[in-house]
Ligand binder design. Structure first.
Ligand SMILES: Cc1ncc(COP(=O)(O)O)c(C=O)c1O
Length: 366
């Protein structure tokens, strides 16, 4: 059995929390939850969708079979329709995290540099550094947004790729489509723009939309999407890339695993479950507005949130704040240097948001 870093962190957080943690079940939501409120991994607790759950239940007996080419192709075709493109532009991965890693191999296995914001999602940077690729981190600007001008200036002839996490994790801020287009079209021919849109479904900012239309242009663009966020399928490990066919082929060849049958079936069902997706988005966006207006009321600064989480300045060391939250059965995000006083809180169900907002004044108090 392999245990990853996230498993260990969650397990240790639960152990540290001790036996006093509440046990809660929610029959209405169809989920059983034991332990603290887990608001630290940017998961979507409303999922998987009812249709995805039915698809998994109906496919369980086929678990003795490998997924067939037809089954995987059916999901690829459904994703291509959803993205308004051809199946030859789609690569399915065991989570978009796997595709981020495979992109390191595609773009930079012979060394070179990758440019990324700081802070940003570290799955690709960590993997790149493991392979001896140099990461060049460019600090986010005063609004905690990607500083595209500074990122462009950071490029050298050794640069192989630029990672744009839009909306960015952990800051939650998003860059508009026009700015992304200008940035991408300014890149030298050999540099790949990797646009990670894991949280884009939750965005509502002006001009914030997918960069998928840039894939057909002359620049090397890869857009990544995941079923872990809006679809609420983080545990099922499914994501995809949209890119032009020759990059898609190289990316597929660099992947090490293939998604399992249950996630393939669930992904297809979830894409079609429009009511669930719209309802989930509405609930998370409404909770996000509640959290930000609460923070404003408390006089706390926050980055403009466009994902299913909020990044805000607690005004005290995060270590102290998260320990106080933990004492109230709430796990919040880890430290994201250099923002040592800032907390990333995931938007859970409404009762989780109630609990978080209720615990906030006490956790902030000196
Ligand atoms: C920005 C970003 N990209 C990608 C991922 C990985 O998603 P997946 O579950 O599809 O591997 C995450 C996970 O939290 C993320 O925050």
């Amino acid at each position: 059995m392999s245990v990853n870093r996230r498993d260990l962190l969650t397990a240790s957080a639960l152990l540290l929390a001790g036996p006093g943690f509440a046990s809660r079940t929610s029959a209405r939501e169809g989920a059983s939850v034991t332990g603290p409120r887990v608001l630290c991994w940017n998961e979507n607790p409303y999922g998987p969708s009812p249709a995805a759950r039915r698809a998994v239940a109906a496919s369980i007996a086929e678990g003795c079979r490998y997924p067939s080419d037809e089954q995987t192709q059916a999901l690829t075709a459904a994703i291509a329709r959803h993205e308004g493109t051809e199946a030859s532009h789609i690569v399915i991965g065991t989570g978009s995290g796997e595709l981020l890693r495979a992109l390191v191999l595609v773009c930079a296995r012979d060394g070179g540099e990758i440019v990324a914001a700081e802070p940003t999602y570290l799955e690709m940077p960590d993997y790149a550094e493991f392979f001896g690729v140099k990461m060049k981190f460019v600090p986010v600007d005063a609004q905690l947004q990607h500083d595209l001008r500074a990122m462009r200036a950071a490029l050298t002839e050794r640069t192989r790729a630029v990672y744009l996490c839009n909306p960015n994790n952990p800051t939650g801020t998003a860059v508009g489509a026009t700015a992304i287009r200008d940035f991408v079209t300014s890149l030298p021919a050999g540099v790949t723009a990797i646009v990670d849109e894991a949280y884009l479904d939750f965005a509502d900012g002006l001009d914030v939309r997918s960069a998928v239309d840039l894939v057909e242009g002359e620049h090397r663009v890869v857009v990544l999407r995941t079923f872990s966020k809006l679809h609420g399928m983080a545990g099922m490990r499914l994501g995809y890339a949209v890119t032009r066919p020759e990059i898609a082929k190289a990316l597929a060849a660099a992947c090490m695993t293939t998604p399992n049958l249950l996630s393939v079936r669930a992904g297809q069902a979830s894409l079609a479950d429009k009511d669930f997706l719209a309802g989930t988005r509405a609930r998370i966006v409404a909770s996000r507005a509640r959290i930000t207006s609460h923070l404003t009321g408390l006089g706390l600064r926050y980055a403009q949130p466009q994902g299913n989480f909020v990044f805000f300045d607690t005004g005290i060391p995060l270590e102290l704040f998260s320990a106080r939250m933990k004492a109230r059965d709430i796990l919040v995000g880890r430290l994201f240097p250099p923002f040592t006083n800032w907390c990333r809180v995931t938007i859970g169900r409404e009762p989780d948001v109630d609990a978080f907002l209720g615990a906030l004044p006490g956790a902030l108090r000196a």
